[in-house]
Each structure stands twice: as C-alpha cells, then as structure tokens.
Design a protein around this ligand. Structure first.
Ligand code: AMP
Length: 224
C-alpha cells in the first residue's frame, strides 16, 4: 500500500481544496479532515455544538479558535490519523490555529510532510463559489457547469446536491476578506517554518491533482 502522508492544504475558498483533498485522501489512503465538513455534519445532526457553529457559518464568520482547535485535536488523535496521517482542509485559518497545530503535532510526534497552497485569484474564486453546488450527504462538489448525471442527485451516493447556505454573495465576500486578512499570512509562516509549495489551481481537476501529487512525492523523495 502507498505510504501515508501528513498535509496541510491552504487556498482561498473556491480554489478546489475540497475536491482535491478528497482525491488526495483516496490516493494516499489517509483521512480527509475538513473542519467545514465536520461543522456541517454537526449542524445537520442538530447537536448543541452544531447549533453554536451554525450561527457563525451562516454569517460567513469564523468559528472561534478554541472550538475549532478542540475539534481538530480530537480528530487527529483518532487511530486512523495516527496510523496513516491526514489531509487538513480548511484548518489552520488563523495564526493561533497554526501555532496550536504545531504544538499538537510536536507533542504527538507527527511532523507535517508538506503544506500546499492552491492559488487562485479573488475574481476567479468569486465566480467559482457562485456556481458551486455540493452533495448534502457526502460533500462531493459540483458546479452549475459540471452537474451530476441525473438532475441534482449525487453521482457518488445519490444524495441531494444543493447550494451551500453560506454561498450567498454577502457571506462569500466576508469569507474571502477573512482569508486575505487572517489566512494569507500563514503562507509566509509555513514557508519559514515548514516546507510550502504553491500550486496553480487552474486546468482540469486531474491536472491540478497531478501537480499536487508530484510536489508531495518530490518532497518525500528528497527526504529519502
Ligand atoms: P469551509 O467549508 O472550509 O468553507 O468552512 C465553512 C465554515 O465553517 C466557515 O465559513 C467557518 O464558519 C467554519 N470553519 C471551518 N473551518 C474553520 C476554521 N479553521 N476556523 C474557523 N471557522 C472554520
């Protein structure tokens, strides 16, 4: 079996992180840890934690660091992540989250292999987000241009494919502004402390995946 991997994937909303992380997770046989998916599942389940998170999510605001860090800590301590690794999608998003992740990984003896930044312009991100549709069951991502084969029924699991509640124009603008202010500085932070590779988020999903896998495998080759 292919060797596992520990990755952080950065990138503006709409860069295709969700799609590529799902594919990378299948390629390297590791869990895809998306904080957004975890929060959406809690909202759907109606848990108390979901009720708290929903308010922030609907408004396109970040869930407080203490809550998100707790969720990620719990997830990364599960057996599959410890044994094989993980692909972190949507976390970290702030300097405090990045610091907390570093501490967690040092304490658990689980160093990152690589951080990848999926690059896309703000203008293209806006266009992609407005067209984005998501399976409400398995989170597979579609768009108005790349629809499921039958109506809005997910090709993967038969779930209903919908527009996300926070893909409204107002919430999208808030999320992109937060990304510029709070998450963009992490590119420098990861470049200084760990290895970071920037990948153009353009072309077909297969082309982007190939670029990402090449960067990851080249990094592991260099490590020996
Ligand atoms: P995403 O699917 O990554 O766009 O996340 C959807 C929403 O979940 C975000 O707009 C936030 O409200 C919340 N969220 C997800 N990840 C984080 C995070 N790392 N920090 C704070 N809030 C988050």
């Amino acid at each position: 079996m292919v060797r596992g991997v520990r990755l952080v994937i950065l990138g503006r909303q709409g860069a295709g992180k969700g799609t590529q992380c799902m594919r990378l997770a299948r390629h390297y046989v590791v869990p895809h840890v998306s904080t957004g998916d975890i929060f959406r599942a809690s909202v759907k389940a109606g848990s108390e934690f979901g009720i708290q998170a929903e308010e922030y999510m609907q408004a396109g605001k970040l869930v407080p660091d203490a809550i998100v860090i707790g969720v990620v800590r719990e997830r990364l301590c599960q057996r599959d992540a410890k044994a094989r690794g993980f692909i972190l999608d949507g976390f970290p998003r702030t300097a405090d989250q990045a610091e907390a992740l570093d501490e967690m990984l040092v304490a658990e003896g689980m160093p990152l292999d690589l951080t990848l930044d999926l690059e896309i312009s703000e203008e293209d991100a806006l266009t992609r987000l407005a067209a984005r549709r998501v399976c409400s069951t398995c989170a597979t991502i579609y768009s108005t241009a790349r629809r499921p084969a039958i109506d809005w029924t997910c090709d993967n699991c038969g779930g209903e494919v919908v527009q996300r509640h926070d893909d409204t124009e107002e919430a999208i603008c808030k999320r992109l502004a937060d990304y510029n202010e709070l998450t963009t500085p992490l590119i420098e932070w990861y470049t200084e402390r760990h290895s970071l590779v920037q990948i153009g988020a353009y072309g077909t999903p297969d082309e982007v995946l190939t670029r990402m896998v090449r960067a990851i495998d080249a990094r592991r080759c260099n490590e020996g």
